[in-house]
Design a binder for this molecule. Structure first.
Ligand code: FAD
Length: 442
């Protein structure tokens, strides 16, 4: 999710070399998960996947279910990247909505995107049920409007989503939303009962266990350091290699320069999350009585929800170029208190940052390189549902059904203006422009 510009940074993204998960509430409340071995030999498989976030794990699971042999290489640990650190909000559609895609692909082709816009959330729920994943799944998400212009946008969004089959939507008046979120910040909203929230790391860990239950192999601390392109492709790690008929690249914001052709058209960005101490039953029930998750409608947005043990998880803050801010609480706490001044005496127990990958169009960057290397990345901060859809699209395209994958692959992507040196300040300038518009409600 995109949020407030914290500062401009020109640093390179941090490499995925850490051995532990980020010091998040999620890591502290993770379900038990086995330590996985490092790849130390040369092996052969049908499909090698780089990255054990949702994109990699969802691809692995769909491919295993379709009968492929699959090896996943993870530089750090399962769910170490955005998938184990995010706001946990199941938000339907894409980072730019179907009407924006229509302007790019035209009326004839947009229907396919509309049909897929609500599939990712369904895949998550199917996974949770089929593999009995304990991840505090709750239904219902609110888009909260801060001004009348945003109400109009939500009315438009409701009509748009209904056109593509989402009948779970309800517009909220100022008094309706006041009964769902105990703040005076909002003038209305849109409830999507097919949205919802999860403990994101436990979802990833549960999906990894499902992958292994089907015979898939996941190696941790096994970064892909080079790729020999060809048929088959050969992926080298520090101590071993994987020879594979197909390669799926799912390293997203932490991929660095492994695939140079992808790097110029995407930019890692950091966003920050805090978690309070557990709230009293009464306070939790007054803040979010129905336990819905909430994101506001600003370009640079705030997002929050309750955890399974009734803490408030509150996110925001974007650092273009993905430098880690030193004092996350100082960035996020004022936003949280602006929404919920009643939390002034509540302690923050956890603060962390994570990187998502932004594209200039804010639509996913999807495609193939040569005949057997596939990639999907760049959900621009809105990827919990899309990444699950991406896994299904990977499985379809490897089975020769390319139509839906190719729809995403057809979305054009431009390099960031200014190249490596100036993409960060240009993007921050753009975000500043949209922030001013949001503040003025224009
Ligand atoms: C703080 C935060 C909050 C967010 N909140 C939300 C939200 O509430 N709702 C929403 O829809 N979206 C949210 N997002 C976005 C969402 O989390 C991402 O779109 C999604 O998780 C991306 O999944 P992924 O698998 O593509 O990437 P990741 O989860 O980042 O996984 C990539 C993995 O690849 C590994 N890797 C990288 N390079 C290599 C290599 N060379 N070799 C081996 N492994 C490698 C990394 O270690 C990492 O584990 C948020 C993102 C962040 C950072």
């Amino acid at each position: 999710m995109l949020e407030q510009t914290e500062s401009i940074a020109l640093q390179q993204p941090r490499q995925a070399t850490q051995s532990d998960h980020a010091p998040s509430y999620y890591a502290a409340s993770a379900n038990p998960s086995p330590a996985r071995e490092t790849l130390k030999e040369d092996i052969t498989t049908d499909v090698c996947i780089i990255g054990a976030g949702y994109t990699g794990l969802s691809s692995a699971l769909h491919l295993l279910e379709a009968g492929f042999n699959v090896v996943v290489l993870e530089a750090a640990k399962v769910g170490w990247g955005a998938s184990g650190r995010n706001g946990g909000q199941i938000v339907n559609s894409y980072s730019r909505d179907i009407d924006v895609i229509e302007k790019t692909v035209g009326k004839d082709k947009v229907a396919l995107f509309g049909e897929m816009a609500f599939e990712g959330g369904k895949i998550i729920r199917e996974r949770v049920e089929k593999y009995n994943i304990q991840c505090d799944l709750k239904d219902g998400g609110i888009f909260a409007a801060l001004n009348d212009k945003q109400i109009k946008e939500l009315e438009h969004q409701k009509a748009l989503w209904e056109r593509y089959g989402n009948d779970q939507l309800e517009l909220l008046s100022a008094s309706d939303i006041r009964g769902m979120v105990d703040t005076e910040s909002y003038v209305g909203g849109l409830l999507d009962k097919s949205g919802g929230h999860i403990h994101p790391l436990n979802l990833a860990l549960g999906e990894a266990a499902a992958v292994e239950s089907l015979g898939g192999k996941i190696y941790e601390h096994s970064a892909a350091v080079s790729i020999q392109r060809g048929e088959p492709a050969v992926v080298q790690t520090a101590e071993g290699s994987v020879t594979a008929a197909f390669l799926i690249v799912a390293g997203n914001a932490y991929l660095g320069g492994l695939m140079p052709e992808l790097q110029a058209k995407s930019m890692p960005c950091g966003t920050q999350v805090v978690t309070t101490e557990p709230l009293s039953e009464d306070l939790a029930a007054s803040l979010l009585p129905q336990d819905y998750c909430v994101e506001d409608c600003n370009y640079l947005l705030d997002y929050f929800r309750l955890s399974g043990d009734k803490r408030l998880i509150y996110g925001g803050g974007v650092v273009y170029g993905a430098r880690d801010p030193e004092n996350i609480e100082a960035i996020i706490r004022p936003k949280m208190l602006k929404t919920f001044p009643q939390l002034a005496n509540v302690k923050i127990d956890y603060c962390w940052t994570g990187n998502f990958l932004m594209t200039l169009s804010r639509l996913p960057q999807v495609g193939r390189i040569g005949s057997n290397i596939y990639y999907s990345q760049g959900c621009s901060g809105h990827g919990v549902t899309y990444t699950h859809l991406a896994g299904r699209l990977m499985s379809e395209v490897l089975r020769g059904q390319a139509e839906r994958f190719d729809a995403f692959a057809s979305l054009p992507h431009l390099p960031f203006p200014g190249g490596h040196m100036f993409s960060v300040p240009f993007s921050a300038l753009g975000a500043w422009y949209y922030t001013v518009r949001d503040k003025l409600g224009i």
